[in-house]
Design a binder for this molecule. Sequence first.
Ligand code: 5AD
Ligand code: SF4
Length: 472
Amino acid sequence: MQRLVYIETYGCQMNEHDSEQILRVLEGANYLETKEAQQADLILVNTCSVREKPEQKVYSALGRFKRLKEEKGTILGVTGCVAQQEGEKLLDRIPYLDMVVGTQAILLIPQMLKRVEVIGEKVCETGFDEKGTHLKTPLPSGSLPNVKSFVTIMQGCDHFCSYCIVPYVRGREKSRASAEILEEVKHLAERGVKEVCLLGQNVNGYGKGLEGEMSFPELLRAIDGIEGIERIRFTTSHPADLSLGLIRAFSELGKLCEHIHLPFQSGSNRILKAMHRGYTRESYLEKIDRLKEVCSSIAITADVMVGFPGEEENDFEETLDLMEKVRFDDLYSFKYSPRKGTKASRHEHQVEEKRKQERLALLQKIQKETTLQRNMAFLGRIEEVLVEGYSKQSRRDMGGRTRTNKTVNFKGDLTLLGRRIPVRITNAYAHSLRGERGSSDEKARAGGIERRSHDPIGTDLHEFSPSPPGET
Ligand code: 5AD
Ligand code: SF4
């Protein structure tokens, strides 16, 4: 019998991708997706626990679904990081909850459902899967309407930054075999996917622990050679693991888009040390310089945090100073949020909420101006846009992204879907650009590749200055 599943997803791209994987696994158990929770036989809340705010959303979401459970007997489950972190405790705390599915238990969902449906058991699976079997999820079936797709290449993190819950809820770094990744990318290309975004908590760590496996730059090169794939992106990168080989890939691989997300978290060496980040502001800036040398048009985005325990005014000023030096295209900025079980949460000098709020507001105000200025630099340029679908605002407009990951809206129709077209940029806003379709003879100038300078990283150049050893 065909059943319906509704998934509500919180958190990062990894979670969004996990939700897609869950849907694929459930397809095999005869469940189809519905966008209406009221219609569903099964409701899953895919959760994030990286900060307190998203974690709280889980409990309010479950509260909303309680009535459906009582009225219709809908099966209710929690997946993702909060499920992993809280485990059985969630079943005690929320008596109407049926399932708790840890981050490495997605493949077990059909079996778990049987136990709920047939025996009426409440079930919880939060074990870590040392063999990495959970990374082998079914390939997408049927035709995909999507122009772009995520592909998980590794999961977990070995860095243990002192504020971060991720290594506890996602486990240690584990990479997928390259043969399997390449098979998935080919499969996606055959189904019309033009852009892949390679996902992992620390993609630069790809291949660690897998005997004879490709390095991350080698993997990128292999994907660059796959017919049908036109653009490659990846996220997220750790500055300490960003190698010269990867930086060079930006000048060598035509399909690799000119954008990197490189979280710096703080501009103060004292705070970076306390965070156990394994690099200094100087070594971070050095890597940014190299990236800009190799690829002058590269867009740089990052994550940053204010109010880490012990952060003083001068540490915060160093963060603002680093922002001024790099001039990020965009920043994801957060107030430090203590996470139970992490070292920083036990630090005695927690920063007052009011201070955190003030610092965040100032940082965001400054970044907003920089983002707008960076976007305004695109005015009058002709950019290659991969058309992804209707624009968010209107069905009269189509939307897509530049190679530098800027959203561009323009007048057009669905016949352009999946095509790379030249667009002349006419307006710049804080979150997007607007443009007009360029003529086809302008196309040649639209590609990002010719804006790169030729490999200025000679073979005789020294490696980066050594980063301080991690203290984890
Ligand atoms: N408090 C605030 N922000 C955090 N992040 C991770 N852990 C915390 C925390 N405890 C932020 C970091 C990371 C992003 C995904 O979330 O900036 O890069
Ligand atoms: Fe968390 Fe640090 Fe790992 Fe990123 S590198 S997931 S911030 S522990």
